[in-house]
Design a binder for this molecule. Sequence first.
Ligand SMILES: [Zn+2]
Length: 317
Amino acid sequence: MAMNRIQFQRGLSMPEFAKRFGTESQCAAALEAARWPNGFSCPRCGGAGHCVLRGGSCKVFQCNACRHQTSLIAGTVFQGTKLPLTVWFLAIYLISQAKTGLSALALKRHLGVSYPTAWLIHHKLMRAMEQREERYVLEGQVQVDDAYLGGERTGGKVGRGSKNKVPFVAAVSFSEEGHPLRAKLTLVPGFTLTAIAQWAKSNLAPGSTVLSDGLACFNAVIDAGCVHQPTVVAGRKPKDLPEFKWVNTVLGNLKTSLSGCYHALAFRKYGAQYLAAFAYRFNRRFDLRTLNARLLLAAVACSPLPQRSIRAADVHC
Ligand SMILES: [Zn+2]
């Protein structure tokens, strides 16, 4: 991986961010542009003709054709929020520019909101990233490995016997030149033939070539029309083999990103979001400057998530 190219790329600076998104009206204009890049479109009938009714500080749009009224934030991940848009935009900025991710606790300090509020913002934005990641499958050559949250590689108790370990498949596609392309980190019920067949059908394009170690369940990728190339070595974990360089690098980065911050129990409940948020960032690692705008688009495209659907925070860092 060309790490320098990634580490030294120009992000969106704090003064630049403050200049562009420092006021409520700037954020509202950016949100409107992200939601309707080609101008207003009625969520009910698709009509473009509309008038704007001012309801407090939040713009309300009324469709000329069907009279349906919608606010700027209705139907997005921001729906129902009482927070100023400037707080949400700052959260999007901080999360998109933080190299190894940001905890809800760090977000609480930066935003000056309560921990439950920061936790909810964090989870809603992680869900937006997760929905974005679900649109992609891996193709071509793909390295896969079995891994565990709260297990031997990502902190928490060591060993496969730990009852809190949460199994997931780590997969990284790479180019013919051997450069990593995209990563997918997906929770699975376990490492069984059935679970891996199902995983492969949802996450791999047919015709992909899957490189794995000798773990038998990975044979099931054949069910998804993929070619399986297992590397069997003495001792089951060929961590040092070049065939698994990228998947091991990704797992190492994940460990750094999650180090010590999340209780193992949280992984069972929210592991999918943590993994998707990590993959989201990894898959856009060359685009630090545009990540802020992309995350805003993801948030606008994400359907509303009532608090009860995310569940209240019961595990703290
Ligand atoms: Zn309409």
